[in-house]
Design a protein around this ligand. Sequence first.
Ligand code: ADP
Ligand code: ASP
Ligand code: MG
Length: 449
Amino acid sequence: MGFGPREEQKMKVVKFGGSSMADAGQYRKIREILMADPERRVVVVSAAGKRFSGDHKLTDLLYLCYAHIQYGVDCSGIFEMIASRYLDIRDELGLDLCLEPELAELKKRIDAKNISQEELVSRGEYFSAKLMAAYLGFQFVDAADWVKFNMDGTVNQEESYEALRHQALLGYGAVIPGFYGCMPDGTIHTFSRGGSDITGALAAAALDADVYENWTDVSGILMADPRIVDDPQAIPEVTYDELRELSYSGAQVLHEDSIFPVREKNIPVNIRNTNQPDAPGTMIRASFEMDQDPDRFITGITGKKDFSIISLSKRGMSNQVGVLRKVLTVLERHNISVDYVPNGIDNVSVVLPTHSIERDLYTIMAEIKKEAEPDTLDVHHHIAVVAAVGRKMAFRPGISGKIFAALGESGINIRMINQGPDELNIIFGVDNKDFKEAIRVLYNSFVTK
Ligand code: ADP
Ligand code: ASP
Ligand code: MG
């Protein structure tokens, strides 16, 4: 049997993140989850994550291992930790799977400095998937055999989908390692961190899954980062557009690039909690017919730190053509993409991550001065960008007033304000030091009242 077009049988692609794969106990929970629903047939897994706070993620250990090789330092101790995490899971589950020769071969290549960083860090997912496949009696399908990257690092979707559909599915289901694929020359390439979410989305799109379930350690997308706000409410329904805004602006629960493949095929995404499998989690779709919660105008509040704002003013700028273009051209020349462009009548700012301008800052400022000839030109660093996201904000006057009043009452200075043309978000800048407080103040003013 192949993965070819399915007639009637429904199928779900299910992805389990690092904490869901952290130890043998978590593997057992996953098996229960799969047994509870026979439609869960294609499983994408991450490398083992933290078992407790202070523990190491396997992927972090692999990056560390590579850093050791780079500096010519022996990494045997770290490699032992990595190998034993997987061997312990195998032994505790009583699996008859011989991983030792592959681990020994990997260590040999590390010692000979004969492995790329990307291939080395991808082994976390690889061994996870081997173990999970053995445990479930599912087939192991290597991501390197179907996730195909173009030379520029983007995914060749057509070829990848085709390749996955042609994989023979011998057993009842399949387990696929997340996070990596292969370049046109066959070498291993990884997504950015958290990229197993993208592998799951690609598998769901390739196989026209009915649902893409993403299992993690929280019961869905929460209204704010639980590490900042105590016990935030879960959001039952989110649109693809809102999710894109939320994850781009900082909510790390799902990788920001995992939305595109599923949105193209209109496949719903369901975020679920491996440790609380009965909770319905968050459902993500293009739109929702019924409004389950008409009083909720803000879907979520999120943000990121360490932005810079370059601001310039020029008398009569509103009547001059091309000032903004000149600023953007300078940034483009330095290969810098801009996140937000808030503007007034005779002034404009560009907001961008500090790390992207750090190196060339003085040259960039000099070029803007020369080419745009502003009256004033300043740059402010240590800015956090906070976003309030909600599909219903557009129909509700006074939301931004409420936000600014709440922040003002708490003595938080607003450095910048921006609203996207689709009115799906209100973005504002505060000092890095006020970041968490700004999120808490907003959450409390919108959720508890
Ligand atoms: P996984 O290992 O399953 O991929 P991640 O660590 O990538 O899980 O994402 C889940 C984590 O995202 C949660 O444990 C939580 O701390 C964090 N998080 C940040 N913002 C949010 C949010 N708005 N909603 C839910 N989780 C969030
Ligand atoms: N293991 C990878 C990481 O830690 C990918 C993932 O978990 O999604 O980033
Ligand atoms: Mg993740």
